[in-house]
Design a protein around this ligand. Structure first.
Ligand SMILES: NC(=O)c1ccc[n+]([C@@H]2O[C@H](COP(=O)([O-])OP(=O)(O)OC[C@H]3O[C@@H](n4cnc5c(N)ncnc54)[C@H](O)[C@@H]3O)[C@@H](O)[C@H]2O)c1
Ligand SMILES: [Fe+2]
Length: 291
């Protein structure tokens, strides 16, 4: 039996270890990238998240950083899902403000990308929309260390994880993985910085979904046309991110790194789930908005 206690990094490390213990033919973790045909389940795992964030305690994924190749890659494998998840806001109460904010914005990115991804459907939509409402109500309070806010965020990150794990994400995650691998940008910070930029890019491919997102974040959309409610959804996300102290620029981002960043984001496992195809030029334009 294995008990994994910690944030996404600890739980994901446990997932990779458990898979390799029971499927030793995949001893090189790089061979597990993407959908790996493992035959056996991981060792019996109890996962205890301590960030309010990744939802890795219930997802089908784990993420590995390949330091040599400056890549973070995603492994998708139903055999890695922990047997038991203990989701307790008390385990998250020691998080400092910045970590609460960034991991909470990661959960919002899961909910919004999961709600608008190509594979979204009625059941995942229920979970993602509820998570967006919970995050809109609770993230600012959680950052202020309010116990109700912490509880709401513990629930929200778990609820959306059950959805996105089944339907996929999008290019905010592809670009966040790349920034994490190249600059060591914390995952939640990278997601939060990319989310409104990617929402603006995706807006035209999302039907009326941004109206639901704006309303879930507390915006009164009465009388708004499509362009207005789409803008309102992006503005509400941007405001929440600013309120919880997430930066909007990444000073480390260098001009000469752009070709690698774009290639790497385009090759990421989350890219095909995006509602709108992004070319290398599109990725470059979006990365440039962080400069
Ligand atoms: N498996 C999945 O489905 C999934 C989903 C999203 C992200 N991820 C991955 O998860 C990783 C990020 O995980 P994360 O955002 O939870 O952060 P993390 O696990 O990397 O933790 C960040 C830091 O916070 C510390 N920390 C954790 N809990 C704390 C607490 N309660 N109090 C004080 N400090 C605490 C850790 O020791 C670490 O230094 C990334 O690699 C990301 O790609 C995985
Ligand atoms: Fe994430």
């Amino acid at each position: 039996m294995m008990i994994t206690i910690g944030g996404g990094s600890s739980m994901d490390t446990g997932k990779g270890i458990g898979i390799i213990i029971n499927n030793p033919e995949f001893a090189d973790v790089r061979s597990l990238e993407g959908v790996a045909p493992t035959k056996k389940r991981t060792v019996f795992t109890i996962a205890v998240p301590t960030t309010g964030g990744t939802g890795a305690e219930s997802t089908i994924n784990y993420v590995v950083t390949d330091v040599e190749r400056k890549r973070k890659f995603v492994c998708v494998d139903p055999n890695d899902i922990p047997d038991i998840a203990v989701v307790d806001p008390d385990m998250m109460s020691s998080m400092p403000r910045g970590l609460t904010a960034s991991t909470g914005m990661d959960a919002l990115t899961h909910a919004i990308e999961g709600y608008t991804t190509a594979g979204a459907w009625e059941l995942s939509d229920c979970l993602d929309l509820e998570a967006i409402k919970l995050i809109g109500k609770n993230l600012r309070k959680a950052v202020a260390n309010d116990p109700d806010g912490r509880e709401g965020m513990a629930l929200a990150q778990y609820v959306t994880a059950m959805a996105y794990s089944n339907v996929g994400l999008g290019i905010a995650h592809s670009m966040a993985h790349t920034l994490g691998a190249v600059y060591d940008t914390p995952h939640g910070v990278a997601c939060a910085m990319m989310l409104p930029i990617v929402m603006e890019f995706n807006a035209e491919a999302t039907g009326t979904k941004f109206k639901d997102i704006a309303e879930a974040l507390g915006v009164d959309t009465t009388g708004m046309d499509q362009a207005a409610y789409r803008k309102a959804a992006v503005d509400a996300v941007r405001q929440l991110s600013i309120d919880v102290g997430i930066p909007t620029k990444l000073e480390k981002l260098k001009e000469e790194d752009l070709p690698f960043l774009c290639e790497s984001a385009a090759a990421d496992a989350c890219a095909p789930g995006n509602p709108k195809h992004a070319t290398l030029e599109d990725f470059e334009k979006m990365f440039r908005k962080l400069m």
